[in-house]
Design a protein around this ligand. Structure first.
Ligand code: EPZ
Length: 425
């Protein structure tokens, strides 16, 4: 597999265009299963994960045509197969997003249990709680969740025990074809949930309250295919904002939605960055050094857990000491050991990291362990003294489209080379 080689090279400068959001695209591929006919998804990022979900809906019976670099036509007229195979699900836990639509469309879904991943156990008990409240029966055996509905699902009032993004998405996609009203309380409020609701409404669904903690859905008897453009990836945008900050640069991020970035923007301003925005642009100027600030991750609109590793790289070279607290996942500090190999002064205690900023990180050979940890190591390498070599970069390819090309355009000295650790079995 590839590795990425980075030479620390001073401030990044220029403009970078953000791709469509991975975490909005994945549920939308799943949602196309709800309606016979061809839906069109535009601005789909070309990532390992989007290629995986496309393969999965094809296995289920969809006919897919990539009409240009980022547009997919997905014809779900003949969805007959209700089973998502382990071979695909094991590579991407978000495959569980087909549970809700398959249950609503076919009355049956069999999906290999996603299993944990590097950042945590990541159960789907809340997904299953919601689907059974809608009338499904669930059988867990042999590593699969086998879920049936002997008749049309029935609307229900569901209070989530935990705020779960894909959990609320799965329940929404089942409830849109249920008989009667469904109310989901304690719902995730992420922009990707709103984007999915917009797509479902375009298909004919009746959904209100998305983006708040209470979502109300009036079931309909059928849906039609629709066309939508994937919203910008707020985590990719945030990653480039931190890239500007950590290199003391001046970067304008285009095709991003500043309204989705307020928690991160607020922290970068506290750290001394100048941030200016207009409709779909964010400029980050970091010419006066970086001050240490504390961060605690939280569900949207709080500070995103998907930006925690990247922000920690920044705090490693800030003036002063900071605390980063991870409240969403139980094992999302695997980048710490790698950052410490680059000289970072970080002490872990439970779900908190105490960071003492140092002047400069030093380049080293490091290993990517998960998607956002690999992004954190790229940012650290851009600002370090000397050469950083990151192995197992297939993690990075799951969620960032042409990252090294975009960074090169901003003045980063970064290239991909063969070798660097084989893919996990
Ligand atoms: C989504 O994952 C994102 N992935 C994640 O992004 C993101 O980190 C996460 O939301 C939180 O924002 C996609 O949208 C494809 P959760 P999801 O369900 O939905 C626990 C990235 O880097 N939980 O909101 O799987 C769970 O273990 C990825 O792009 C249960 O206990 O996350 C976690 O501790 C990583 N039972 C917490 O809730 C459940 O049934 C939040 O998980 C569901 C979740």
């Amino acid at each position: 597999m590839n590795k990425i080689v980075i030479e620390g090279n001073g401030p990044l400068k220029g403009e970078v265009k953000i791709s469509g959001a991975k975490n909005a695209a994945l549920p939308m591929f799943a949602a196309t299963l709800l309606a016979p006919g061809a839906s069109i998804l535009e601005n789909v990022p070309d990532l390992m994960d989007t290629r995986t979900i496309a393969k999965l809906v094809e296995v289920l019976g969809a006919r897919i045509e990539k009409t240009d670099d980022s547009t997919y036509a997905i014809d779900c007229s003949d969805i007959k197969n209700h089973e998502a195979p382990y071979s695909l699900v094991k590579t991407m836990r978000a495959s569980c997003l087909v549970l809700g639509p398959l249950l609503a469309r076919l009355g049956h879904a069999k999906v290999s249990l996603p299993g944990g991943c590097a950042i945590g156990e990541r159960p789907i008990d809340q997904h299953l709680k919601g689907l059974s409240a809608l009338g499904a029966t669930i059988d867990l055996s042999h590593g699969y969740v086998d879920i049936h509905a002997s008749s049309r699902l029935k609307g229900a009032r569901i209070t989530m025990d935990i705020i779960t993004v894909t959990g609320v998405m799965n329940i929404m996609m089942a409830a849109v074809l249920a008989d009667g009203e469904t109310v989901i309380e304690n719902a995730a409020r992420e922009p990707e949930v709103i984007a999915l609701a917009d797509f479902l409404r375009a298909m004919g669904a009746n959904i209100k309250g998305d983006g708040t903690a209470t979502i109300t859905i009036e079931g309909v008897t059928s849906l039609s295919p629709a066309r939508t453009a994937i919203i910008p990836d707020r985590i990719e945008a945030g990653t480039f904002m931190v890239a500007a900050a950590i290199t003391g640069g001046d970067v304008t991020i285009t095709n991003a939605n500043p309204k989705h970035m307020s928690a991160l923007s607020g922290k970068l301003k506290e750290a001394g960055c100048e941030i200016s925005t207009d409709d779909f642009k964010i400029r980050v100027l970091a010419k006066n050094g970086i001050e240490a600030v504390n961060v605690t991750t939280a569900p949207y609109p709080g500070f995103p857990t998907d930006m925690q590793a990247q922000f920690m790289a920044l705090m490693s070279v800030a003036n002063g000491a900071s605390v980063v607290e991870e409240t969403i996942f139980e094992n999302r500090f695997m980048h710490v050991a790698e950052l410490k190999r680059m000289g970072a002064d970080i002490k872990l205690s439970g779900n908190s990291a105490m960071i003492k900023g140092i002047k400069k990180l030093s380049g080293a050979e490091v290993m990517a362990t998960d998607l956002r940890a690999s992004a954190s190591l790229v940012l650290a390498g851009l600002s370090a003294e000397g050469r950083t070599v990151i192995s197992r970069v297939y993690h990075l390819d799951r969620g960032y489209e042409l990252m090294e090309k975009k960074l090169e355009k901003l003045g980063g000295i970064i290239r991909r080379e063969p070798g660097g650790g084989s893919k996990k079995p």
